[in-house]
Write a protein that binds this ligand. Sequence first.
Ligand code: ADP
Ligand code: MG
Length: 694
Amino acid sequence: MKLSDTVDTISGVGPKKQQALSRMGIETMQDLLYLFPREYQDRSTCSRISGLTDGISVLIRGRVMLSSLTGSPYRRKQTLRLLVSDVTVEEESGSADRENMIEVIFFNAKFIAKSIRKGEVYDFYGPVRITNGKKQMVHPEFSESGKEDMEGIVPVYPLTAGISQRDIRKWQRLLKSEITDEDMAEEVIPGKLLEENNICGINYALSNIHFPGNGQKLKEARYRLIYEELLVMQTGLMQARSRNLAETNECKTDPETDIWEYTEVFPYELTNAQKRVIAEIDKDMMSERTMNRLVQGDVGSGKTAVAEAALYKTVKSGYQGAMMAPTEILARQHYRGLSENLGSFGIRVGLLTGSMKASEKKQMLSDIAAGEIDVVVGTHAIIQPEVVFEKLALVITDEQHRFGVNQREAFRNKGSMPHVLVMTATPIPRTLAVVIYGDLDVSVIDEMPPGRPEIQTIPCDDKRRDRMYDFVRDQIKAGRQAYVVAPLISESEELDALSAEELYDDLKTRFKGFSVELIHGEMKPAEKDAVMERFYAGNIDVLVSTVVIEVGIDVPNATVMVIEDSERFGLAQLHQLRGRIGRGKEKSYCILLNRGSSKIAEERTRIMKESRDGFYIAEEDLKLRGPGELFGLKQHGIPDLHMADLIKHIGVLDKVRDDARGLLEEDPDLKSSENEKLGQRIKSMFGGEASLRI
Ligand code: ADP
Ligand code: MG
């Protein structure tokens, strides 16, 4: 058996199991070897039956004294009841009394019954239930006494339908006995680092991760595998970074063009944070290397102004620029703003969306190709193959977390090595940003424009709904506008959640005499557009909506955001929705309606009341949900991690960063015989050359 063999060569693995394994990403023996347990059960000692506690899982060793199978013998639904007595007590005193017995129960047990013989000794592992002094164990794992997979520290593997714990444990035992020494896993950590950090070798680690000798050995094994995974990732990213640094700037902007001349166009003074970020971008685009910059700024921090300044500089230097937004509504909003602001400097702005008439689109495409249009704003229509630019030098992605890596890559490829700017309100904690991008390429707008009004966040339930809408009416009478958001577009049979359509019907009657309108994602773009136009113009008092208005929408006169069935939204969404208000001068109100009473919804409401700070909210979200998709690491081209957790293991990561830097200083391409295995592993982790894509 070799590590490169496919799993179907294991006896007992047919097409079904092979498919199931493939769903888990396991094709070869090597993959199987790298399938690590998600936790361990400590079964290092057998428990005395007399001393068991209710609710705790334990390993017991007992002799089957009685065995009875009840229920119809023709059905599978037969129940097997065993009376099991503690063998240790037997050995000590010759027999055991009631105190030392437990009832073990299996349901649907016709087949299990065949494998258990009265009078024999078995090991059982499972949760204990004690009612009125009577001890029971339901559906434990069991095996004949002394078989190795029941004792010690037992690994628990992640599973998928069609694969059992037993299967995986059996296969791991097989690997352990069949894989020869020459074919064992390769050591990718250079010997020098193993020694300096006192880290165990790969085979010791793999052996102890699957078959922990004891707690200490398991700890050493885990540390090593975490270190390895982080080292591979970090070294790969650092290499990618230095490749980026080596890209020469073929779209240098003109040093004579003063970016600050543009910022006069704003009716307000830019914040210091905005000025700092604009200066960073300006410097990047004139420098010797192509810009790759991520701008993080909380909802409402004024990212659009920064993007505009960058576009101005680009166009005034003789190039074209483009900006992509995730929704048509947002693209149109940007188009309006940019046409006005950039337009006042004679810059020609064009809009490109999927819903344009064919003739309009044709004209637009030819204008873009001919360089008649300087700045193109659009949805992902911008990345369609028929869109060709004359000399695209800057691509800006707004709300970048809404786009996939491939979409952003396609956008970049519209130009020949254009500068790249991506903007997001989804915060990546500083520590992680440094891991991913290094120090250089992240700009943070960490300051809100002054004079932002207070937003009061108010939880509300069904009973107070009438009073709440009375309050909304008062706001409207005072000249303000309101959003009311529902989780669904139309009524659903499966989900007990309010739909925008139902809500619209209800609110039309509630707000007689005012203008109430509906917007959702399935409306025709022209209709959506018309509704938004009226809302911008202040001709709609209450806008009933789905989450189509979640990102980017900017209507300073709107002061109320009612979120119906708010428990159906995640924290990040709630924060984005609330970000639609509090943009003008007037005090604003975010009302979280909640008809249920789930713990998590309560927690979210508490956090929302507590803070308006996107970073804080994201961190709390992390605690509620655990890491994973939150930072959209995948979105940044970071591969899945199996062992390491970038939050929990930040300490290891610091060490790894130093080590990786040291390695690359001596051997940038990892060519030496000491380092080449690491280089190969990087390629397999990233599926090719690691790339750093923002
Ligand atoms: P976001 O970062 O969420 O994209 P926007 O760019 O939409 O934020 O800006 C939010 C609102 O704040 C807009 O109405 C914009 O005109 C306004 N704004 C931006 N910068 C400033 C500033 N320095 N002072 C006052 N208002 C500002
Ligand atoms: Mg925005």
